[in-house]
Design a protein around this ligand. Structure first.
Ligand SMILES: [Zn+2]
Length: 277
């Protein structure tokens, strides 16, 4: 309750000033449609989409990952302070199905989220990361989180992880998310009249954000699973195809996340002390 009130208090002064530029639904769906190929192809496609979104050679890199044949794909958007927000999603897939829901739905949003915030002034440096080999045990995210220096960990105010979007409206894995980050998303969704729900998915196992939690970095995982879609056994089966994606919900999730990462620039890392009015 205290956390929620602090969020409300803080947002009151700033929600009107939120500035971001979401890309069109056509762009989001065109990127989603490029899920084809094995992981190697998807890694190359993600890098290409970042480049087309304007992340140039100075800011776009491939990070070799020990234990994986493929690198993490990293696009850096410098800010004007030393604070950092990480936005991540795994691009790899299992061999069954097309791996659209799990997790091209998350990975292919990264360039569109980059575009949403790149032209507006921002304090935080955003690091957009496509992780390799989540399905092999969070190999890419583990490597990334463990190679961070103490200083980098201390500078990171939030890690936003997207895994398995578009099966329905936006969900938060609340039991595995920082309460302050989850409260902020819930409040923003309400302000924008977008649906949001807390759905815990312990049965799924884990996701990349947990590696950042190990370093005590505040993290949040966004997904779209419900008991119903879990029971339908879409993940890691031949049912994971573009045709199961609910594209209205998917674009709405993108819009909400674009607003959210813009909002986090103001909110994340702000002292959790109420302003005296
Ligand atoms: Zn996944």
């Amino acid at each position: 309750m205290i956390i929620a009130l602090l969020v409300l208090c803080w947002i009151g002064a700033t929600a009107d000033a939120l500035r971001y530029n979401p890309v069109s639904r056509e762009v989001v769906e065109a990127r989603l449609g490029k899920y084809t190929g094995a992981n190697k192809q998807r890694e190359a496609t993600l890098k290409q989409m970042f480049a087309e979104a304007g992340c140039d050679d100075r800011q776009l890199s491939e990070q070799p990952v020990k234990g994986s044949k493929l690198p993490n794909v990293i696009c850096l958007l410098p800010g004007n302070s030393d604070r950092v927000i990480i936005v991540g999603a795994h691009f790899d897939r299992v061999s069954e199905g097309d791996g659209v829901v799990d997790n091209w739905s998350g990975a292919s949003l990264l360039p569109s989220l980059y575009e949403a915030v790149k032209t507006e002034p921002h304090k935080h440096t955003y690091i957009f990361i496509g992780f390799t080999d989540e399905e092999q045990g969070e190999v890419g995210s583990r490597f990334y989180a463990r190679q961070m220096t103490k200083e980098q960990v201390a500078a990171t105010d939030a890690m936003v992880n997207m895994d398995t979007l578009g099966l329905g409206s936006t969900e938060v894995w609340a039991s595995h998310s920082d309460k302050r980050l989850a409260s902020a998303l819930a409040y923003l969704a309400k302000q924008l009249s977008f649906p949001i729900a807390a759905v815990n998915v312990e049965q799924v196992g884990s996701s990349d954000a947990e590696q950042f939690s190990e370093r005590k970095i505040p993290r949040i995982t966004i997904h779209s699973l419900t008991q119903e879609t879990w029971n339908a056994r879409i993940l890691h089966t031949s049912k994971d195809k573009l045709s199961v994606m609910r594209l209205d919900d998917y674009y709405q999730t993108y819009r909400l996340l674009a607003a959210y990462i813009a909002f986090l620039d103001q909110f994340a890392g702000a002292p959790a002390v109420p302003v005296t009015h």
